[in-house]
Design a protein around this ligand. Structure first.
Ligand code: AKG
Ligand code: FE2
Length: 315
């Protein structure tokens, strides 16, 4: 049942505006009321169900742009490394990061202005273990983030394709503090191990995405994904991922944050479209910095002792 404010003001839309609509229980009703075409409805429905979609991004001059990007990577990337934020120097990388066709889709998916803020270019598959991007990039309100990964050559089971767990975007977001881990890169392996066991136990099937050159995978912030093993070490897997946030949020890095002791690693992002800084907005105000927390003596040992006593009593 809908409610209205005591003053008779319009119905509140706090849920609809602060949770990506495809993640809300109002989604189908909102979709009915929208003026979207049948094909756009089908696309956003697939995104709501699986947490990712595959779309075509070919445009005139795509092949030539790929060849120039290949040249840039040959010059800049050593071994199996990646090129971060190549858009600053390569007009082609910037073009791929700011495609109007992608901007249109992301505006439909999130009902906010999509802000491309980081590019990564890969020559080889990453073989990255299954993870959620929500640990690396999140927003407040949460979930206003996605990745757009473009295949710059055909990808199959030999050159380290992406994998996703369709539907895993609706699982709880697991940050370091949810797993009892301190924040910080040095605990990332423990996070990966926990996610590996978690997704195995949830029982969602893994899907390997053998996408063709010119196709893009759009994944939502919390969908579990990673890079498969490279079976043919001589094969490259030329690709570009652009990470997007959406406007009017606060942006931060959960992996380096511990919000319950006041440690928030804010991200000061730049909009690749304009090159301009994007403000962090929280509670309707611009947030420039978050004060450093004062360290307190740890009580972990005490808490563990108490837990042990309780467990002994009941199990
Ligand atoms: O390219 C890959 O194999 C994975 C990349 C990825 O997970 C990311 O950029 O968020
Ligand atoms: Fe990722």
């Amino acid at each position: 049942m809908q409610s209205s404010s005591p003053a008779g003001a319009p119905h509140s839309t706090v849920l609809e505006e602060n949770i990506p609509w495809f993640m809300t229980p109002f989604f189908e009703k909102m979709l009915e009321e929208s003026s979207l075409s049948e094909s756009d409805r089908a696309l956003v429905r697939a995104y709501a169900k699986d947490g990712y979609v595959v779309v075509d991004v070919q445009f005139d001059g795509f092949d030539a742009a790929v060849e120039r990007i290949r040249g840039v990577l040959q010059e800049k990337v050593i071994g199996r490394d990646r090129l971060q934020d190549g858009w600053v120097e390569s007009a082609d990388i910037k073009t791929l990061a700011t495609l109007p066709s992608i901007e249109r889709i992301l505006t439909i998916f999130y009902r906010r202005d999509p802000i491309p803020f980081q590019t990564l270019n890969f020559v080889y598959g990453t073989q990255q273990r299954t993870h959620s991007d929500s640990l690396h990039f999140n927003s407040v309100p949460n979930g206003f983030m996605c990745g757009v990964w473009v295949a710059l050559e055909d990808v199959d089971e030999k050159n380290g394709p992406l994998h996703v767990y369709p539907g895993s975007h609706t699982l709880p977001i697991l940050d370091c503090h949810d797993l009892g881990l301190p924040s910080g890169r040095e605990h990332y392996q423990e996070y990966e191990e926990a996610i590996h066991r978690y997704v195995g136990a949830v029982g969602l099937p893994k899907k390997v995405l053998n996408v063709k050159k010119g196709q893009a995978v759009i994944w939502s912030a919390n969908v579990l994904h990673g890079g498969e093993v490279i079976r043919d070490p001589d094969r490259t897997r030329l690709s570009q991922v652009t990470h997007y946030f959406f406007d009017h949020c606060l942006y931060y890095t959960p992996l380096h944050s511990d919000p319950f002791i006041g440690k928030v690693h804010l991200r000061h992002i730049r909009d690749i479209r304009t090159g301009e800084n994007v403000p962090n907005i929280y509670g309707g105000r611009v947030i420039r910095s978050v004060p450093e927390p004062v360290p307190e003596p740890t009580t972990t040992q005490l808490a563990k002792k108490l837990t042990k006593r309780v467990l002994k009593k009941f199990f």
